[in-house]
Design a protein around this ligand. Structure first.
Ligand SMILES: [Zn+2]
Length: 379
Protein backbone atom coordinates (compact mmCIF):
# COMPACT_ATOMS: atom_id res chain seq x y z
CA UNK A 1 0.00 0.00 0.00
CA UNK A 2 1.36 3.42 -0.84
CA UNK A 3 0.10 6.66 0.62
CA UNK A 4 0.93 10.35 0.77
CA UNK A 5 1.30 10.68 4.51
CA UNK A 6 1.64 8.42 7.52
CA UNK A 7 1.21 9.72 11.08
CA UNK A 8 2.89 7.23 13.38
CA UNK A 9 3.26 6.59 17.10
CA UNK A 10 0.66 9.11 18.26
CA UNK A 11 -2.05 8.59 20.84
CA UNK A 12 -5.20 8.88 18.75
CA UNK A 13 -8.37 10.34 20.25
CA UNK A 14 -11.26 10.11 17.80
CA UNK A 15 -14.58 10.05 19.67
CA UNK A 16 -16.51 9.65 16.38
CA UNK A 17 -15.12 6.09 16.25
CA UNK A 18 -14.57 5.70 19.99
CA UNK A 19 -10.81 5.50 19.42
CA UNK A 20 -8.52 6.25 22.35
CA UNK A 21 -5.15 4.55 21.89
CA UNK A 22 -2.06 4.07 19.74
CA UNK A 23 -2.96 4.12 16.05
CA UNK A 24 -1.31 5.02 12.78
CA UNK A 25 -3.19 7.29 10.40
CA UNK A 26 -2.76 6.80 6.67
CA UNK A 27 -3.62 9.70 4.34
CA UNK A 28 -3.96 9.71 0.58
CA UNK A 29 -5.32 12.30 -1.87
CA UNK A 30 -6.41 14.66 0.90
CA UNK A 31 -8.57 12.01 2.57
CA UNK A 32 -8.13 9.54 5.42
CA UNK A 33 -7.29 6.20 3.86
CA UNK A 34 -6.94 4.04 6.95
CA UNK A 35 -6.54 4.01 10.72
CA UNK A 36 -4.50 1.06 11.97
CA UNK A 37 -3.83 -0.15 15.47
CA UNK A 38 -0.11 0.27 16.17
CA UNK A 39 0.93 -2.90 17.97
CA UNK A 40 3.59 -2.27 20.50
CA UNK A 41 7.09 -3.47 19.67
CA UNK A 42 6.17 -4.22 16.10
CA UNK A 43 7.63 -2.10 13.35
CA UNK A 44 4.77 -0.79 11.26
CA UNK A 45 6.79 -0.45 8.11
CA UNK A 46 4.60 -2.23 5.54
CA UNK A 47 2.77 0.99 4.77
CA UNK A 48 4.82 3.02 2.33
CA UNK A 49 4.20 6.74 2.48
CA UNK A 50 5.93 9.65 0.80
CA UNK A 51 6.03 11.52 4.11
CA UNK A 52 5.94 10.35 7.71
CA UNK A 53 5.18 12.30 10.85
CA UNK A 54 6.41 10.85 14.11
CA UNK A 55 3.76 11.88 16.63
CA UNK A 56 5.31 10.10 19.61
CA UNK A 57 4.31 11.79 22.85
CA UNK A 58 1.46 13.66 21.13
CA UNK A 59 -2.29 13.31 20.86
CA UNK A 60 -3.62 12.93 17.34
CA UNK A 61 -7.20 14.09 16.90
CA UNK A 62 -9.55 14.91 14.05
CA UNK A 63 -8.98 18.51 12.94
CA UNK A 64 -10.46 20.78 15.60
CA UNK A 65 -13.69 22.65 14.82
CA UNK A 66 -14.55 25.97 16.46
CA UNK A 67 -18.33 26.35 16.20
CA UNK A 68 -18.39 30.03 17.17
CA UNK A 69 -15.84 32.57 15.91
CA UNK A 70 -15.82 35.96 14.18
CA UNK A 71 -13.59 36.08 11.13
CA UNK A 72 -14.82 38.94 8.94
CA UNK A 73 -11.93 41.35 9.52
CA UNK A 74 -12.76 44.18 7.12
CA UNK A 75 -16.54 44.66 7.22
CA UNK A 76 -17.03 44.14 10.96
CA UNK A 77 -15.24 45.82 13.82
CA UNK A 78 -14.67 42.63 15.76
CA UNK A 79 -13.49 40.21 13.07
CA UNK A 80 -10.07 38.57 13.09
CA UNK A 81 -8.19 36.96 10.19
CA UNK A 82 -9.48 33.40 9.92
CA UNK A 83 -6.15 31.59 9.59
CA UNK A 84 -4.74 33.38 12.66
CA UNK A 85 -7.33 31.66 14.89
CA UNK A 86 -7.84 28.70 12.57
CA UNK A 87 -5.11 26.68 11.01
CA UNK A 88 -2.28 28.55 12.80
CA UNK A 89 -3.83 27.44 16.11
CA UNK A 90 -4.61 23.89 15.07
CA UNK A 91 -8.24 24.58 14.15
CA UNK A 92 -9.00 23.19 10.70
CA UNK A 93 -12.63 24.36 10.57
CA UNK A 94 -14.02 27.65 11.84
CA UNK A 95 -17.67 28.56 11.92
CA UNK A 96 -18.34 32.25 11.83
CA UNK A 97 -21.42 32.79 13.98
CA UNK A 98 -23.41 35.60 12.44
CA UNK A 99 -20.85 38.18 11.34
CA UNK A 100 -22.49 38.09 7.94
CA UNK A 101 -26.14 38.26 6.97
CA UNK A 102 -27.69 37.56 3.59
CA UNK A 103 -26.90 41.09 2.36
CA UNK A 104 -23.25 41.00 3.40
CA UNK A 105 -22.40 37.41 2.53
CA UNK A 106 -20.48 38.30 -0.64
CA UNK A 107 -18.04 40.31 1.48
CA UNK A 108 -17.77 37.35 3.85
CA UNK A 109 -16.75 35.07 0.98
CA UNK A 110 -14.05 37.56 -0.04
CA UNK A 111 -12.75 38.33 3.47
CA UNK A 112 -13.02 34.98 5.20
CA UNK A 113 -13.70 32.01 2.94
CA UNK A 114 -11.60 32.68 -0.15
CA UNK A 115 -8.30 33.87 1.40
CA UNK A 116 -8.16 31.15 4.08
CA UNK A 117 -6.48 27.78 4.28
CA UNK A 118 -8.84 27.10 7.20
CA UNK A 119 -12.19 25.66 6.19
CA UNK A 120 -14.54 28.57 6.97
CA UNK A 121 -18.26 27.91 7.37
CA UNK A 122 -21.04 30.17 8.61
CA UNK A 123 -24.17 30.53 10.64
CA UNK A 124 -25.92 33.30 8.73
CA UNK A 125 -27.23 36.19 10.81
CA UNK A 126 -30.98 36.57 10.34
CA UNK A 127 -30.30 40.30 10.13
CA UNK A 128 -29.50 41.04 6.47
CA UNK A 129 -26.59 43.22 7.60
CA UNK A 130 -25.14 40.74 10.08
CA UNK A 131 -22.71 42.57 12.35
CA UNK A 132 -21.54 44.90 9.58
CA UNK A 133 -23.59 47.86 10.83
CA UNK A 134 -23.02 47.58 14.55
CA UNK A 135 -24.30 45.41 17.38
CA UNK A 136 -28.04 46.20 17.48
CA UNK A 137 -28.71 44.19 14.35
CA UNK A 138 -32.13 42.88 15.44
CA UNK A 139 -33.53 46.17 16.71
CA UNK A 140 -35.19 47.03 13.39
CA UNK A 141 -37.49 44.25 12.16
CA UNK A 142 -37.33 45.62 8.61
CA UNK A 143 -33.63 44.60 8.49
CA UNK A 144 -34.42 40.91 9.04
CA UNK A 145 -33.92 38.97 5.82
CA UNK A 146 -35.88 35.73 5.98
CA UNK A 147 -36.50 35.17 2.28
CA UNK A 148 -32.98 36.16 1.25
CA UNK A 149 -31.47 33.97 3.96
CA UNK A 150 -33.46 30.92 2.90
CA UNK A 151 -32.53 31.43 -0.77
CA UNK A 152 -28.84 31.96 0.04
CA UNK A 153 -28.69 28.84 2.22
CA UNK A 154 -29.98 26.76 -0.70
CA UNK A 155 -27.17 28.15 -2.87
CA UNK A 156 -24.22 28.27 -0.48
CA UNK A 157 -23.05 25.00 1.08
CA UNK A 158 -20.75 26.88 3.47
CA UNK A 159 -23.81 28.20 5.34
CA UNK A 160 -24.78 25.55 7.89
CA UNK A 161 -27.35 27.37 10.02
CA UNK A 162 -28.92 30.62 11.12
CA UNK A 163 -27.79 32.84 13.98
CA UNK A 164 -29.86 35.17 16.16
CA UNK A 165 -28.56 37.11 19.15
CA UNK A 166 -31.13 37.39 21.92
CA UNK A 167 -29.79 40.11 24.22
CA UNK A 168 -31.52 43.31 25.29
CA UNK A 169 -28.82 45.41 23.59
CA UNK A 170 -29.33 43.59 20.28
CA UNK A 171 -33.13 43.31 20.03
CA UNK A 172 -34.03 46.55 21.93
CA UNK A 173 -37.85 46.76 22.08
CA UNK A 174 -38.44 43.76 19.83
CA UNK A 175 -38.31 41.09 22.51
CA UNK A 176 -38.77 37.59 21.12
CA UNK A 177 -40.02 38.70 17.69
CA UNK A 178 -36.64 38.35 15.88
CA UNK A 179 -36.24 34.82 17.27
CA UNK A 180 -39.66 33.78 16.00
CA UNK A 181 -38.66 35.01 12.53
CA UNK A 182 -35.22 33.34 12.72
CA UNK A 183 -36.78 30.04 13.76
CA UNK A 184 -39.20 30.21 10.87
CA UNK A 185 -36.31 30.80 8.44
CA UNK A 186 -34.28 27.92 9.91
CA UNK A 187 -37.26 25.57 9.57
CA UNK A 188 -37.83 26.64 6.01
CA UNK A 189 -34.16 26.19 5.12
CA UNK A 190 -33.87 22.91 7.05
CA UNK A 191 -30.88 24.06 9.11
CA UNK A 192 -30.27 24.47 12.85
CA UNK A 193 -30.63 27.77 14.64
CA UNK A 194 -27.86 29.08 16.89
CA UNK A 195 -29.10 31.46 19.56
CA UNK A 196 -26.83 33.72 21.56
CA UNK A 197 -28.13 34.27 25.09
CA UNK A 198 -27.18 37.19 27.32
CA UNK A 199 -28.88 39.89 29.31
CA UNK A 200 -32.70 39.86 29.38
CA UNK A 201 -35.11 40.83 28.03
CA UNK A 202 -36.03 38.53 26.42
CA UNK A 203 -36.04 36.08 29.30
CA UNK A 204 -34.06 32.86 28.77
CA UNK A 205 -37.09 30.78 29.70
CA UNK A 206 -39.01 32.28 26.75
CA UNK A 207 -36.06 31.92 24.37
CA UNK A 208 -35.55 28.23 25.21
CA UNK A 209 -39.23 27.51 24.64
CA UNK A 210 -38.81 28.31 20.95
CA UNK A 211 -35.91 25.93 20.31
CA UNK A 212 -36.04 22.44 18.87
CA UNK A 213 -33.81 19.39 18.93
CA UNK A 214 -30.52 20.21 17.16
CA UNK A 215 -30.73 23.96 17.79
CA UNK A 216 -27.75 25.45 19.62
CA UNK A 217 -27.64 27.77 22.62
CA UNK A 218 -24.30 29.56 22.61
CA UNK A 219 -22.90 31.32 25.71
CA UNK A 220 -24.88 28.68 27.64
CA UNK A 221 -22.56 28.86 30.66
CA UNK A 222 -22.29 32.63 31.09
CA UNK A 223 -22.13 34.16 34.56
CA UNK A 224 -24.79 36.84 34.12
CA UNK A 225 -28.15 36.97 35.86
CA UNK A 226 -30.94 35.03 34.21
CA UNK A 227 -28.84 32.10 32.95
CA UNK A 228 -29.51 28.37 32.89
CA UNK A 229 -29.15 28.05 36.68
CA UNK A 230 -31.32 29.57 39.39
CA UNK A 231 -29.96 31.20 42.54
CA UNK A 232 -29.68 27.82 44.26
CA UNK A 233 -27.51 26.52 41.41
CA UNK A 234 -30.27 24.29 40.03
CA UNK A 235 -31.21 24.13 36.36
CA UNK A 236 -34.24 26.25 35.54
CA UNK A 237 -37.07 23.97 34.35
CA UNK A 238 -36.99 25.41 30.82
CA UNK A 239 -33.28 24.53 30.51
CA UNK A 240 -33.95 21.05 31.81
CA UNK A 241 -36.67 20.42 29.26
CA UNK A 242 -34.60 22.00 26.46
CA UNK A 243 -31.74 19.59 27.22
CA UNK A 244 -34.18 16.69 27.42
CA UNK A 245 -35.55 17.39 23.95
CA UNK A 246 -32.08 17.69 22.39
CA UNK A 247 -31.30 21.41 22.40
CA UNK A 248 -27.49 21.66 22.43
CA UNK A 249 -25.55 23.83 24.90
CA UNK A 250 -22.43 25.40 23.42
CA UNK A 251 -19.73 27.30 25.31
CA UNK A 252 -19.05 30.36 23.10
CA UNK A 253 -16.53 31.68 25.67
CA UNK A 254 -16.24 35.29 24.50
CA UNK A 255 -15.24 38.32 26.50
CA UNK A 256 -18.30 38.22 28.77
CA UNK A 257 -19.93 34.84 28.29
CA UNK A 258 -18.12 32.05 30.14
CA UNK A 259 -18.02 31.56 33.90
CA UNK A 260 -16.04 28.87 35.72
CA UNK A 261 -18.56 29.10 38.54
CA UNK A 262 -21.52 28.43 36.27
CA UNK A 263 -19.63 25.59 34.57
CA UNK A 264 -18.62 24.03 37.91
CA UNK A 265 -22.21 24.20 39.15
CA UNK A 266 -23.46 22.68 35.90
CA UNK A 267 -20.77 19.97 36.11
CA UNK A 268 -21.95 19.11 39.62
CA UNK A 269 -25.38 18.51 38.08
CA UNK A 270 -23.80 16.16 35.52
CA UNK A 271 -23.99 18.63 32.63
CA UNK A 272 -21.17 18.91 30.10
CA UNK A 273 -21.15 21.31 27.18
CA UNK A 274 -22.21 19.66 23.93
CA UNK A 275 -19.65 21.73 22.03
CA UNK A 276 -16.73 23.88 23.18
CA UNK A 277 -16.25 27.03 21.11
CA UNK A 278 -14.44 30.31 21.59
CA UNK A 279 -16.49 33.24 20.21
CA UNK A 280 -13.01 34.57 19.44
CA UNK A 281 -12.86 38.15 18.14
CA UNK A 282 -10.57 41.18 18.45
CA UNK A 283 -11.68 42.09 21.97
CA UNK A 284 -10.94 38.69 23.55
CA UNK A 285 -8.15 37.30 21.38
CA UNK A 286 -5.50 38.56 23.81
CA UNK A 287 -7.49 37.36 26.81
CA UNK A 288 -9.47 35.80 28.22
CA UNK A 289 -10.05 33.59 25.14
CA UNK A 290 -6.70 33.41 23.26
CA UNK A 291 -7.49 30.25 21.25
CA UNK A 292 -9.54 27.08 21.09
CA UNK A 293 -6.76 24.99 22.66
CA UNK A 294 -6.48 27.53 25.51
CA UNK A 295 -10.23 27.14 26.03
CA UNK A 296 -9.82 23.34 25.97
CA UNK A 297 -7.16 23.67 28.69
CA UNK A 298 -9.73 25.40 30.91
CA UNK A 299 -11.97 22.35 30.62
CA UNK A 300 -9.04 20.09 31.54
CA UNK A 301 -8.55 22.25 34.64
CA UNK A 302 -12.28 21.96 35.41
CA UNK A 303 -11.90 18.18 35.47
CA UNK A 304 -13.30 17.09 32.12
CA UNK A 305 -11.37 14.33 30.34
CA UNK A 306 -9.34 15.11 27.23
CA UNK A 307 -11.47 12.54 25.38
CA UNK A 308 -14.70 14.41 26.21
CA UNK A 309 -13.10 17.76 25.44
CA UNK A 310 -11.89 16.53 22.04
CA UNK A 311 -15.39 15.17 21.33
CA UNK A 312 -16.80 18.64 22.05
CA UNK A 313 -14.37 20.18 19.53
CA UNK A 314 -14.65 17.54 16.78
CA UNK A 315 -17.50 15.02 16.48
CA UNK A 316 -20.07 17.20 18.26
CA UNK A 317 -19.70 20.38 16.20
CA UNK A 318 -19.41 18.29 13.00
CA UNK A 319 -22.82 16.83 13.81
CA UNK A 320 -24.32 20.29 14.36
CA UNK A 321 -23.00 21.22 10.93
CA UNK A 322 -24.40 18.05 9.34
CA UNK A 323 -20.86 17.18 8.18
CA UNK A 324 -20.04 14.28 10.50
CA UNK A 325 -18.85 12.03 7.67
CA UNK A 326 -16.58 14.73 6.25
CA UNK A 327 -14.93 16.46 9.21
CA UNK A 328 -14.47 15.94 12.94
CA UNK A 329 -13.60 12.30 12.30
CA UNK A 330 -10.64 10.18 11.24
CA UNK A 331 -12.86 7.58 9.60
CA UNK A 332 -11.69 6.42 6.15
CA UNK A 333 -13.08 8.69 3.44
CA UNK A 334 -13.23 11.83 5.59
CA UNK A 335 -11.22 14.95 4.79
CA UNK A 336 -7.67 14.46 6.04
CA UNK A 337 -7.97 17.18 8.67
CA UNK A 338 -5.87 16.22 11.68
CA UNK A 339 -4.63 18.14 14.71
CA UNK A 340 -1.53 17.06 16.63
CA UNK A 341 -1.82 18.23 20.21
CA UNK A 342 0.74 18.29 22.94
CA UNK A 343 0.07 18.38 26.65
CA UNK A 344 2.45 20.51 28.63
CA UNK A 345 2.93 19.81 32.33
CA UNK A 346 3.43 23.45 33.17
CA UNK A 347 1.17 25.05 35.78
CA UNK A 348 -0.85 27.96 34.43
CA UNK A 349 -3.39 30.46 35.75
CA UNK A 350 -6.42 30.51 33.46
CA UNK A 351 -9.05 33.26 33.49
CA UNK A 352 -12.74 33.22 32.53
CA UNK A 353 -14.95 36.11 31.37
CA UNK A 354 -15.71 37.10 34.98
CA UNK A 355 -12.00 37.63 35.76
CA UNK A 356 -12.04 34.54 37.93
CA UNK A 357 -8.87 32.45 37.82
CA UNK A 358 -8.30 28.74 38.16
CA UNK A 359 -4.99 26.97 38.32
CA UNK A 360 -4.23 24.32 35.76
CA UNK A 361 -1.59 21.64 36.26
CA UNK A 362 -1.30 21.13 32.53
CA UNK A 363 -2.37 22.76 29.28
CA UNK A 364 -2.77 21.61 25.69
CA UNK A 365 -1.55 23.33 22.58
CA UNK A 366 -1.50 22.49 18.88
CA UNK A 367 1.85 21.51 17.50
CA UNK A 368 1.03 20.58 13.95
CA UNK A 369 -2.01 20.42 11.77
CA UNK A 370 -2.94 18.61 8.61
CA UNK A 371 -5.54 20.30 6.43
CA UNK A 372 -6.96 18.16 3.62
CA UNK A 373 -3.71 16.21 3.68
CA UNK A 374 -1.40 19.24 3.70
CA UNK A 375 1.00 19.43 6.67
CA UNK A 376 1.30 22.81 8.41
CA UNK A 377 3.08 23.91 11.57
CA UNK A 378 1.16 25.81 14.24
CA UNK A 379 2.38 29.06 15.75
ZN1 LIG B 1 -20.24 35.72 18.84
Amino acid sequence: MSADLLIRNGWVIDPSQKLNGLYDIVISDGRILDVERADEGQATEPIGARETIDAAGCFVTPGLIDLHAHVMPESTQLGVRADSVGIEQGVTTLVDAGSAGAWTFDAFLKEAVEPSVTRVLAFLNISGDGLCKGGAELSDMSRLAVKDAVTLISEQPSIRGIKARMSASVVKANGLAPLVVAKQAAREAGVPLMVHIGNAPPALSDVLGLLDKGDVVTHAFHGKKGGILDEQGQLIPEAESALARGVLFDVGHGEASFSFRTMQQAKALGIAPYSISTDVHVRNLNGPVHSLTHTMSKFLALGYTLYDIVAACTAAPAKVLGLEREIGTLAPGAHADVTILKKEQVPAALTDSEQETIFAKETVFAQQVISSGKVLTCT
